[in-house]
Write a protein that binds this ligand. Structure first.
Ligand code: 6R9
Length: 664
């Protein structure tokens, strides 16, 4: 059999769960067998943990794949499940959110208070004419109002579309336009790296090109001056003066809950659509099972931004559905000092920490003496998400954050999957550093070869999901065909041929099974770059470069970077008349870097841009990024036999000297 993906790493270390955690774990090994025995009955039991206004008639309708319906006929209110039912059960005084602002200010919000804030916001949105099914864009810093805005939308059946606060006006415009959002919720700004970072001017610039937007709600966070128009409303006037009485109406299990844009491999972002009942069922279950949440005693902290799916599922919906106390932090980990995270863990006695490999690598760079200077004894469980975690980083995390004894759950999932899919169970699994281990109960994952055949243990290939799952994406907003093409057309029935074959979801990731059958994620099989935990497509950055008048063509690759995981390295072909000699070349590079940052947001700013006379292409015209990666990482060139014009690489090498930009 030809190998779809190499299996190079051989990691033999394995760590048993601590006996104490295993003895008291929410979920034991029997869950795997129960789910395997009757998967739909298993998910129905998890759904029954929620409060439904009307029970479902059918667990799964898969009669029109790949369009799934879960809990057909059932009705519930997502916000009710996250708030009202806890208050009704007498837990209103329990802290929902310990919020800490970057400048050091803090707020403590109980479930009763969060409920009231959400009711007011729901009434305010209704007052602005928002009704069920309308789209609301949310562009906020990490402040409690971000969670309130999302829950208020859920409460009235409006579909939220959260846009990461680091995105540019262009990116925001595209997303508002694609969803035809009626209202935008933003703030004057937030605090980042020790100073106010404005948001409102970006919204002003964006909505100038968004005729669908009728109102903009503005939270006052920094108190900086903002320009104002007739469509703007202060949150503290509209929301805080609205009534705190609001009765949540039930919505259909398949009612749209949110759209979240992911850039994917093309420049046009995909609006991933999630619905209500199945989504909440799986985020609530996985929070309970993988984080082993004990609402009575745990203090949970997920360091993700709310603009990432992790913030949706594991700051807002999963933890709140479980009624746990959590920490929410506004700022960066090194403001005002590099021990800020550990200070927060100590201050709030955090028990469960969920963060990203890029952060762990940053902490490694800063040195182990920094966590060692804080009391981390409250921690009992660590989690990781967003990229493959290198075994070294995993070991460092366990050693220096986890006292050499805490379990680490490496959770693989995607915006599209909505919830965790592959992860250890902390009281069950003997985890291996760097492996996400096995599919969670109720999830059917596999690694297949090019032909869609399951690879044997020890083999590598493509990660697929063989059965529908409750929190799966339902479509790409406004583009069912693209949904089918992107996720369902690589293998199985959707790939053509056998119409009787099952429908198979292709995740776009490479993976391998080790000799014990455990799954190791190996990154995207296409060329998406993962920078600081954010997926950035090559095409988007290339399109941004080419939109500059001096650039004719561009290719970008991800090159290994000790801090951000990968850094963007771009190759650009200047237009004929462009002066690229000496200082003019340096100037152009600087201009291109800021152009990309302006077009796509600072996260997409290339670390390095090389002005080259040509790009390596295959005979069919596709750019061979593999060779560019060799150049970007200063390696000798790999196989060039499929190169259309082999002199191209020499041309590129000659164009590079002196054109590297400075690091910033
Ligand atoms: C939750 C989230 C999804 C992509 C995914 C994969 C990568 C996420 C991972 C991981 C290896 C893990 N990814 N978690 N790779 N191990 N534990 O990250 O969603 O932003 O949509 O990214 O991230 O490549 O396909 P999203």
């Amino acid at each position: 059999m030809s190998e779809a993906l190499a299996n190079l790493l051989n990691e033999k270390r394995q760590f048993l769960p601590p006996a104490e955690l295993a003895a008291d774990a929410n979920v034991t090994s029997s869950a795997y067998a129960e789910a395997a025995d009757d998967r739909l009955a298993f998910w129905a039991r998890q759904a029954a943990q929620l409060t439904w206004s009307k029970p479902w008639d059918q667990v799964l309708d898969w009669s029109r794949p790949p369009f799934a319906k879960w809990f057909v006929g059932g009705q519930l209110n997502v916000a009710y499940n996250c708030l009202d039912r806890h208050v009704a059960a007498g837990r209103g005084d329990k802290v929902a959110i310990h919020w800490e602002g970057e400048p050091g200010d803090s707020r403590t919000i109980t479930y009763a208070e969060l409920h009231q804030m959400t009711c007011r916001a729901a009434n305010a949105l209704t007052g602005l004419g928002v009704t069920a099914g309308d789209r609301v864009a949310v562009y906020l810093p990490m402040i409690p109002e971000a969670a309130v805005a999302m829950l208020a939308c859920a409460r009235i059946g409006a579909t939220h579309s959260v846009v990461f606060g680091g995105f540019s006006a262009d990116a925001l415009t595209n997303r508002i336009q694609d969803a035809s959002a009626k209202v935008v919720i933003t703030a004057d700004g937030g605090y980042r790296r020790g100073k106010p970072s404005a948001l409102k001017p970006t919204v002003d610039e964006a909505v100038a090109n968004c005729p669908s937007v009728e109102h903009v709600l503005v939270v006052r966070r920094t108190g900086e001056d903002v320009s104002w128009s007739d469509r703007d409303h202060w949150w503290h006037e509209a929301v805080e003066q609205a009534s705190a009485e609001h009765t949540a109406q039930p919505f259909d299990a398949e009612h749209p809950l949110f759209i979240l844009y992911t850039s994917g491999t093309t420049a046009r972002p995909k609006g991933i659509l999630h619905t209500s009942g199945g989504y909440l069922t799986q985020v609530a279950y996985t929070s309970h099972a993988v984080f082993d949440l004990k609402p009575e005693s745990d203090v949970y902290w997920c360091t993700a931004d709310i603009g990432w799916v992790t913030g949706h599922s594991y700051i807002v919906y999963g933890p709140l559905a479980n009624g746990v106390t959590q920490v929410m932090y506004e700022g960066t980990p090194d403001t005002p000092h590099k021990g800020r995270f550990w200070e927060i863990v100590d201050r709030y006695r955090v028990t469960i920490l969920y963060t990203a490999p890029t952060l762990i690598r940053t902490m490694m760079k800063w040195g182990e003496e920094i966590p060692a200077g804080h009391d981390l004894s409250s921690l009992r469980l660590l989690g990781s998400v967003g990229e493959p975690i290198n075994p070294e980083a995993w070991m460092w995390y366990r050693q220096h954050v986890g006292r050499g004894e805490l379990p680490i759950v490496d959770t693989w999932w995607q915006t599209e999957t909505g919830s965790m899919m592959i992860s250890p169970l902390p009281g069950v699994t003997a985890a291996k550093p760097g492996s996400a281990m096995t599919a969670l109960p109720g999830v059917v994952a596999d690694v297949v070869d090019d032909q869609g055949r399951s690879v044997p243990d020890g083999g590598g290939g493509y990660l697929v999901l063989r059965e529908p799952w409750p929190s799966m994406l339902r479509t790409i907003w406004g583009d069912d065909n693209r949904f089918i093409e992107t996720y369902w057309s690589r293998f199985g029935a959707g790939a053509g041929g056998d119409a009787e074959a099952p429908w198979i979801y292709f995740a776009g990731d490479g993976a391998k099974k080790d000799d014990d059958g455990h799954i190791w994620l190996l990154g995207r099989v296409d060329d998406v770059m993962l920078v600081s935990g954010h997926n950035i497509s090559t095409t988007e950055v290339e399109s941004a470069l080419v939109s500059h008048p001096s650039v004719a063509e561009a290719a970008v690759v991800g090159a290994t970077d000790p801090t951000t995981g990968q850094a963007i390295v771009a190759f650009a072909i200047p237009r004929g008349s462009t002066d690229t000699s000496g200082e003019a070349g340096e100037q152009l590079i600087a201009e291109l870097r800021s152009h990309v940052a302006k077009t796509l947001g600072p996260i997409a700013k290339p670390r390095q841009i090389m002005l080259v006379p040509e790009l390596p292409k295959t005979r069919s015209g596709k750019i061979m990024r593999r060779l560019l990666r060799d150049v970007a990482e200063n390696r000798s060139l790999g196989d060039v036999t499929t190169l259309q014009d082999s002199s191209v690489m020499e041309l590129i090498a000659s164009g590079i000297s002196g054109s590297k930009s400075d690091e910033d």
